[in-house]
Structure formats: structure tokens, C-alpha cells
Design a protein. Structure first.
Length: 310
């Protein structure tokens, strides 16, 4: 079976190399994330090997510092909308599961100010360079959502960004590592949002839509609207709705937009709308629209073409 990898991650890697080593980037083709979600992993391994040969074993740790140069994609938007590190960790692990990644990262985000990470594999263990790449990208995402003074921790040694290039395999394969940060401004729940006088189910749908790629739970939604879980359930029941039905509504809104306004793959649309797997997304979409996402996209494209010709 061909090993596949995320097109977004490979595109970011090539972009970062362009900023770090312009000579090396001349021989690297940046894949288009809008063309397909997954590509062969062989290209990523080759580029990582070249990066380490020219810039040191720790160079892949620097890739996460170039997130601001990455091409805009729905997946990146979903990750960067994370309101706190716990939500970001959940999204990352679900993304790896969604893409059936051979190599995955288990993140324990239960402790304040740190992630405990373990790299796992269903086949051969991931290489050192890939572990370094993932560790650096995760740290970059944490910084992007507001975590301050992020450091990599290998065993009991903390490594700041300025020291990344000097890291070598002798410091550890990063099969297990931690990322730590200062607890100033992260990990605090967002302030309750205010809405005009509208039905509660409409308010809830809009609240969920602010970060629809998140694995929403009733408790999180209730907190954001300044309700208790029981009170929110009671008010929704009075309108003939449930939390799951309103969540499905918000997901379908975004799915319909992505299907009609973008060329994002159907698999990635399911992920960006918060689904654990593509089958669940397909079932929900069929349930709501009586057509599959592909048929819906084809129908909308046909309707648009007909409208333009009139």
C-alpha cells in the first residue's frame, strides 16, 4: 500500500524550505493543497532528508515557524480557529485519524501549560526527521493561537526556538516529547458572546459556526452562551430542537458553502465541518439533503452554469 501524507503539510514544508534555503527550494515543487488532500509520502521524505543534510538535523523543527506563509486552506483555517490548546489537540488528532495516517500523535492536553506527546505507528515507526517536523509544526500552531514562550521538552531538557537547529538525533528521536508554554492568555474560556433577540437554536447555530471544525460538546456550547447544560437543553427542547440537530444544522451550512464555493475535496469538507470520519459526514448530508455531497456539488454547479447562460 502506498504511504500517503497530507498535501497541506508537504506544501508548508516546501514553503518553509524556500524561506530557510532558497537554493534547495529550487529543486522542490510545492504541491497544491486544493488539488488533492493526500499525496505520496515519498516526496516529503526526500525533501526532509535534503533539508537536514544542508541545514542540520534539527532544521525540520523550524518548519512550524513559517505557518504564516502557508497557503490558505480549509484545514488550516479549522486548526487556527482553535480557542485553546485543548481544542487544538483534539482537532490535530482527529485530522490524523480522518486521513488514516500511518503515523499519529497522541496528545495529552489535560495539564495546564503543556502537551505530552507520543508518536505512534501502525507500521514501521516514523523516522527522526518526521518526528522533528511534527513537533515543530505543533509548536507553531500553539504559538499561532496565542500560546506564549513555547519550548520543546525532551526528557527534562527544555529547548527554546533559538536552539532548534542545534538539536540532533543524539538528543532523542522525539518518539515522546512535551511542548510547554507560559499560561498568560491561553487556556482561558472565551467570554460569552452576545446575540440579538433571536431564537436560542439560531443563536446556538451561529455560536457553533464560529468554529465548526471543533469537536463540540454540549458543555462547551452552553458555557459560550452563558447557560448551564441543563438550562440549554431545556430551552432547546421548548423549541422542538436538540443540541445534536442544531450542531448538524451548523455543519450543513458550512458544508454547503464549501461544496458550492470551493474546490475542496469532499473528504476534507467532512473534516472541516467537525466530523470524525467521512462516512458520518456522507450519512448526515444525505439525511439532510436527500443527496450525497458529490451529487449536491454537481447539481449546484449545473444550476450555476444554467443561470450564467440565461
Amino acid at each position: 500500500m502506498t504511504e500517503l501524507t497530507s498535501t497541506v503539510l508537504t506544501s508548508l514544508l516546501v514553503t518553509a524550505i524556500g524561506a530557510m534555503d532558497s537554493d534547495l527550494s529550487r529543486d522542490s515543487t510545492r504541491p497544491d493543497p486544493m488539488d488533492q488532500a493526500l499525496i505520496s509520502g515519498s516526496g516529503k521524505r526526500t525533501v526532509l532528508s535534503q533539508l537536514q543534510e544542508r541545514n542540520g538535523a534539527g532544521a525540520p523543527l523550524m518548519v512550524g515557524q513559517y505557518l504564516h506563509l502557508a497557503e490558505e486552506t480549509p484545514v488550516l483555517a479549522v486548526l487556527l480557529k482553535s480557542t485553546d490548546p485543548r481544542v487544538l489537540a483534539e482537532k490535530w488528532m482527529r485530522l490524523e485519524q480522518y486521513h488514516h495516517s500511518h503515523h499519529r500523535t497522541r496528545i495529552d492536553a489535560t495539564m495546564a501549560g503543556q502537551w505530552l506527546c507520543r508518536r505512534e505507528s501502525h507500521q514501521a515507526p516514523p523516522g527522526v526527521a518526521e518526528n522533528y517536523l511534527i513537533a515543530g509544526v505543533l509548536l507553531g500552531f500553539l504559538e499561532a493561537i496565542g500560546a506564549k514562550n513555547c519550548r520543546l521538552q525532551i526528557d527534562s531538557r527544555e529547548i527554546a526556538k533559538a536552539e532548534f537547529r542545534a538539536v540532533s538525533p543524539a538528543d532523542g528521536r522525539l518518539d515522546t516529547f512535551a511542548i510547554v508554554w507560559s499560561e498568560d492568555g491561553t487556556g482561558t474560556p472565551p467570554k460569552p458572546e452576545s446575540y440579538p433577540d433571536r431564537p436560542l437554536n439560531d443563536q446556538l447555530a451561529d455560536h457553533l459556526a464560529h468554529d465548526i471544525g471543533r469537536g463540540w460538546r454540549l458543555a462547551d456550547a452552553a458555557r459560550g452562551l452563558a447557560y448551564s447544560e441543563r438550562s440549554l437543553q431545556r430551552h432547546l427542547k421548548a423549541t422542538g430542537r436538540s443540541f445534536s440537530s442544531v450542531l448538524r444544522r451548523a455543519r450543513m451550512r458550512e458544508a454547503s458553502r464549501l461544496l458550492t464555493e470551493t474546490d475542496t475535496s469532499i473528504a476534507e469538507i467532512g473534516y472541516c465541518c467537525g466530523y470524525a470520519d467521512q462516512a458520518h459526514f456522507q450519512r448526515d448530508f444525505l439525511r439532510v439533503t436527500n443527496m450525497t455531497p458529490k451529487v449536491f456539488r454537481d447539481v449546484m454547479a449545473t444550476d450555476e452554469t444554467a443561470a450564467e447562460s440565461n
